[in-house]
Design a protein around this ligand. Sequence first.
Ligand code: FES
Ligand code: FES
Length: 155
Amino acid sequence: MPTVSMTVNGENVSSEVEPRTLLVQYLRENLGLTGTHVGCDTSQCGACVVHVNGKSAKSCTMLAVQAEGSEVSTIEGLADGDTLHPMQEAFRENHGLQCGFCTPGMVMSAIDLVQTNSNPSEQDVREWLEGNLCRCTGYHNIVKSILAGAKTMQG
Ligand code: FES
Ligand code: FES
């Protein structure tokens, strides 16, 4: 089996994996980082979004070996101890979640949006979320949360 090495949430990790192992499986099953979810098998839901070298990526669409040498960030890496990342805090304050299943992917996608466009409009947010599905909220409070999180991140 090939060995794959990468940085996950700032820590170096290295493991033997089967070549067919998806990045999301590697994160969840090998590293126990179960905050990254699997909500579909068609690459549509976005529950599995993480950052790979600073950009959002659906971790169900990548093999773990394709992340060799990359810097990967997951939802578990965002908070600083008990202090939530501003985007997490914005979701909490604005009721941007109900069951929470889609939330890790939403938050990771939202942070990438704000890193790309520090002052997104509501339309920008809605278009960006094309790849993230939520079956509970109707999106209104998710959009509100992301706009609020963007403001805080601008600082
Ligand atoms: S699990 Fe649904 S897009 Fe990755
Ligand atoms: S909060 Fe339940 S799927 Fe989005």
